[in-house]
Design a protein around this ligand. Structure first.
Ligand code: FAD
Ligand code: SF4
Length: 514
């Protein structure tokens, strides 16, 4: 009888040390991880993202070896690295005389299809296994909203709370409400000091040198001797602990606030650790819930905890479900037929608009922006300016530490660009300077004036906002959440309307100069 030799593939975002695969030692199994150009080059990534993924993969491979597992790790500069999954897998199968191939279910559509094709073309048996990471199954959201035009996060979230008994008491939501948004979402007023972001001091210098020497094109900057992101489970747990102790108490209150005083405020910055699966979403939720009881100090108010749980149990799982319900058609959606190029300052931060400058500069420096910066600053501007959603998508997919297509594309094309025509959001998330002024201190440092609508110093968001509504009237006027803005427009004097349209036209013709 031939001896069984199994090859198990682990992708860079499958670093789940608590997976059942790793619970026992099996000498028949070799684990394969690879750094390949296929993955570094499908979009131009932030240097911190490439370094972070590779550092976390290497650390995971070390942990596997130290635990006694057999590991084959292909580095980017290994001479026999073929730089794509198929060739590398076939080569290892040949050299190690493998007779069975196993892999974990990929979260990205392109890899799901690719690995399915590879596995079915191999002359040996193969099996795909769940990553044991998400709370829902891939198709649960699709089934729940079967035959419905819209996917409603709120109904999904309530079902998740009931099904998993989270923040529920006797069948009712804890605190008597499903949602505490009305008490949350304040502007940051400076009353509460913002703790400095919890950062690590990982030295990734050799890794960065290797990435540069192999010619991988990247964006953004990095301090390789002080790499700030968690690269293993221990660090990810430390980040989680720091979050629930110092930031969770104000998470809900300031979740929509933006300030030049801090690039991450009270946000958790856990998305990279979650998306690489170093942390499980349920352990993150339970770490937050433990703060509600008062047994672990400090005790945190329910509105803060609910605001956070909603992001993980609600939004994160929901977005993933929509991805699997809508791909691959979603990638091509462009409801408004937008065609403009992405302005150059998305790559440099060099603009006179203070809000854009701040959000883009911190993205280039830290590979991070929090949700409202992504949605209401850079996303809002791209939508108002009529930028082609393909270009917007590529930017978001490249620049953020946590950007993996399953979560990036639904947030970008759907939530932010409304390119899906309303599958995920009930209205386009657009605003003039009013909202930005209300939720941030950006306007205090700006060349433009938030209060001026036309002229050289007029905030570009103001005229672009009305221009967007006018251009897309046929698609939006009947939307109950935005339709009333057309009545405000009708009440404006015709010469004011004309001046706004002319101002917007000038802005759109000279987007790069703003
Ligand atoms: P926190 O504010 O602390 O929230 C806690 C966690 O909740 C996050 O870590 C994340 O896992 C989850 N979460 C919160 N909002 C969302 C959401 N809308 N969708 C899914 N999960 C959510 N998130 C990504 O992980 N990867 C992306 O590529 C990504 N691209 C985005 C693009 C746009 C245009 C927008 C508007 C949002 C995007 N998001 C993305 C969602 C969200 O902005 C980030 O998850 C969040 O900013 C990460 O920072 P944090 O960990 O500090 O989050
Ligand atoms: Fe942004 Fe306009 Fe405020 Fe300047 S004035 S920070 S461009 S919203």
């Amino acid at each position: 009888m031939t001896q069984k030799r199994i090859l198990r593939l682990i992708l860079g975002d499958q670093l789940n040390s608590r997976h059942s695969w790793f619970q026992g030692l099996d000498p028949k199994v070799t684990y394969l991880l690879m750094e390949i150009r296929q993955e570094t080059d499908y979009v131009k990534h932030h240097i911190q993202k490439v370094a972070g993924f590779f550092a976390a993969m290497r650390s995971f491979a070390d942990w596997l070896s130290d635990s006694g597992h057999r590991v084959q790790y292909l580095r980017l500069n290994d001479p026999d690295n073929r730089h794509n999954f198929e060739d590398n897998i076939r080569k290892v199968i040949k050299t190690k005389k493998i007779n069975r191939f196993e892999y974990l279910q990929p979260d990205e559509y392109r890899l799901d299809r690719q690995l399915e094709t590879i596995a079915s073309g191999l002359p040996l048996s193969s099996e795909v296994t769940d990553t044991e990471h998400f709370i829902c199954r891939r198709n649960d959201v699709k089934k729940m909203f079967h035959a419905k035009k819209r996917f409603l996060m709120e109904s999904f979230y309530r079902k998740m709370r009931r099904n998993h008994h989270i923040l529920m008491e006797n069948g009712k939501p804890s605190g008597g409400q499903w949602n505490f948004d009305r008490r949350n979402r304040n502007r940051y007023d400076g009353n509460v000091p913002i703790p400095p972001p919890k950062v690590f001091e990982n030295d990734v210098t050799p890794l960065v040198r290797m990435i540069e020497n192999t010619g991988v094109a990247t964006i953004g900057s990095i301090q390789p001797e002080h790499f700030i992101w968690p690269v293993n489970r221990n660090q990810a747990r430390l980040l989680l602990d720091e979050f629930v102790t110092h930031r969770l108490p104000y998470f809900g209150t300031y979740q929509d606030a933006m300030t030049t005083e801090s690039w991450s405020l009270f946000h958790s910055r856990l998305s990279f650790a979650l998306n690489t699966k170093m942390l499980h979403p349920m352990e993150v939720i339970h770490a937050a819930l433990r703060r509600a009881s008062g047994n672990v100090k400090p005790r945190v108010e329910i509105e803060q905890i609910e605001g956070f749980v909603r992001q993980i149990l609600g939004w994160r799982e929901f977005i993933r479900g929509i991805y699997w319900a809508q791909m691959p058609d979603y990638e091509k959606m462009n409801y408004f037929d937008h065609k403009a190029s992405l302005p150059d300052y998305y790559w440099t931060g060099e603009t006179r608009m203070a809000c854009m400058r701040s959000a883009i500069e911190q993205s280039l420096t830290h590979a991070y922006a929090h949700h409202i910066q992504r949605l209401m600053i850079t996303g809002n501007f791209a939508l108002l300016a009529g930028v082609d959603p393909d270009k917007v998508d590529r930017w978001y997919l490249g620049i953020y530490m946590d950007a993996i297509q399953w979560v990036e594309i639904i947030n970008t094309r759907g939530m932010s660009q409304f390119a899906d025509g309303g599958i995920v959001a009930t209205k386009p998330y657009i605003s003039s300077a009013n909202y930005i002024r209300k939720m941030s201190n950006y306007c205090d440092h700006c060349f433009y004036s938030h209060a001026i609508k036309t002229g050289d110093r007029a905030c570009p968001f103001n005229s672009l906002y009305w221009d967007f509504l006018v251009r897309h009237r046929s698609k939006l006027a009947r939307n109950p959440r935005i339709g009333m803005m057309y009545r405000t427009w009708e009440r404006m004097k015709p010469d004011h309307q004309l001046a706004l349209m002319e101002q917007a036209q000038r802005n759109r013709a000279h987007l790069n100069d703003l």
